[in-house]
Ligand binder design. Structure first.
Ligand code: LLP
Length: 442
């Protein structure tokens, strides 16, 4: 594990945010998502404080990493805005009291209803992702008699080293306007011809779980070149430059362990490169916007499970099965993601076995971690999987009609529910038996 003040071992037990993990499992049941509030707040502060050393900036929390009402309260208190990618995320943010003018609406295929909802509520910006969306949004704005701020999402064609499903800026991508092919310029031209859209600036997001700073800086250079072209061709300055998220986090021994303060290196690299480009290319300094998700909430999360069946196939593999699986964390099944784990009730025992942690779904690929070192696990042990705060709860499903686990927020020894557990009744709540299928009482 990546130890820190709020994730440590005390009396042989794992302790998160001052709460004993074994007691949390007993109180709330397992599987259980646990989120460390101090970690989340600390990350928000690192991003804000490091960018504040340079020019104007804005930090947005990428909602898709972990979306529920409570998280918006935390990020708003820390001075962040939010990016949303669906009507559902926008609804959640607004219902948590997030000010609309701190929200950016993304998506490669927003529906007309979503565009209307965004405009009606007055989001700060809609991030445009395809040509006909420009006319569509202008029409929506016209019918609601509003002006809408927009960013043009550019695909700068920068390759970053990460899983290809979470790499978004390679030339062949469903996201954004390809810069090299001239599509981004066409989009800017089209926006400037509309009645109701106001070009605020540009956006790019090159991918996720990236450790190297270079591809971020390379994307920034390409965007400032483009800002210069826009200035020369259309006589317009971009007020905002949004470089997306994507900073990598620690999941397993294969990843770098970056202390929270280390993330300032990314923001400083970007802010310094921007200031240099602005000087060299004689541009108006735009507001530098970033929208990290994973790095804010990822390492804040630990999922607790109870060990059940333990099965050894001699000479092949030992499976330790837990009461969760791909329904609470589909990332191994989707991306072969690596995780590390520990027995939260016996933290001082020596890890003496290499085992595979299997989920309880009826699917062979339902694993949580493959070939991890653990002490000899037994039925009833509490197993902790680390770095599950991002893209776990938000990608959970009811596969096999398993309930999505509850989420608790821990801080200074307190534990409060952020998301209540689902009951069996919740699972059938929206099911309908058509009249002709009803059981006839005889
Ligand atoms: N901005 C945009 C436009 C994005 O598409 C994303 C993530 C972010 C910001 C936040 O990136 P982050 O800082 O979290 O890396 N489900 C995948 C990750 C998909 C990321 C999609 N976009 C996973 O579980 O790894």
């Amino acid at each position: 594990m990546n130890q820190r003040e709020t994730l440590c071992v005390k009396d042989d037990h794992l302790v998160i945010g001052g709460c004993d993990a074994v007691s949390l499992a007993a109180e709330f049941g397992t599987p259980l998502y646990v989120m460390d509030e101090a970690f989340i707040r600390g990350m928000c502060r690192i991003y804000r404080e490091s960018l504040a050393e340079y020019g104007p900036y804005r930090v947005l929390y990428a909602s898709k990493a972990f979306c529920c009402k409570g998280i918006y309260r935390i990020v708003e208190e820390e001075g962040l805005g939010a990016d949303v990618v669906s009507g559902g995320e926008l609804y959640t943010a607004l219902s948590a009291g997030m000010p609309a003018d701190s929200i950016y609406f993304h998506g490669n295929n927003k529906t007309v209803e979503e565009l209307e909802m965004a405009v009606e509520n007055g989001v700060h910006a809609v991030v445009l992702d395809c040509l006909d969306e420009i006319g569509l949004l202008d029409h929506v704005a016209d019918s609601l008699d509003k002006e809408v701020g927009v960013l043009v999402r550019v695909n700068p064609g920068v390759e970053a080293h990460t899983h290809h499903y979470i790499q978004t800026a390679k030339p062949d991508s469903k996201f954004g306007f390809n810069l090299a092919a001239g599509l981004a310029e066409e989009a800017v031209g089209a926006v400037l011809k509309t009645q109701h859209l106001r070009l605020l600036g540009l956006h790019a997001h090159i991918g996720s779980q990236i450790f190297d700073k270079k591809p971020f800086v390379l994307a920034l250079h390409k965007l400032t070149d483009f800002m210069k072209e826009i200035r020369e061709k259309f006589g317009v300055d971009c007020e905002e430059l949004n470089l997306g998220g994507g900073f990598g986090i620690w999941y397993s021994e294969e990843d770098r362990k970056i202390p929270a303060s280390g993330y300032a290196e990314y923001t400083r690299a970007l802010a310094e490169a921007l200031d240099e480009d602005v000087r060299e290319k004689k541009l108006k300094r735009p507001v530098l916007v970033i929208e990290p998700g994973r790095s804010i909430v990822g390492e804040a999360g630990v999922t607790l499970y109870t060990v059940g069946a333990v099965k050894e196939i001699p000479g092949i593999r030992k499976y330790v099965s837990v009461d969760g699986g791909m329904f609470d964390n589909p990332r191994f099944a989707l991306y072969q993601a690596k995780y590390s784990a520990a027995l939260a009730n016996r933290m001082n025992d020596k890890a003496e076995e290499t085992v595979t942690i299997a989920g309880k779904c009826c699917e062979s690929g339902d694993m949580l971690a493959v070939d991890v070192r653990l002490p000899k696990a037994e039925r009833g042990d509490t197993l902790a999987v680390f770095s599950t705060g991002a893209y776990n709860y938000s990608m959970a499903s009811n596969y096999n009609r398993n309930a999505v686990p509850p989420v608790v927020l821990v801080c200074d020894g307190r534990a409060d529910l952020l998301v209540k557990p689902q009951s069996y009744e919740d699972l059938v709540r929206n099911d309908v038996i058509p009249a002709r299928l009803q059981k006839v009482k005889r």
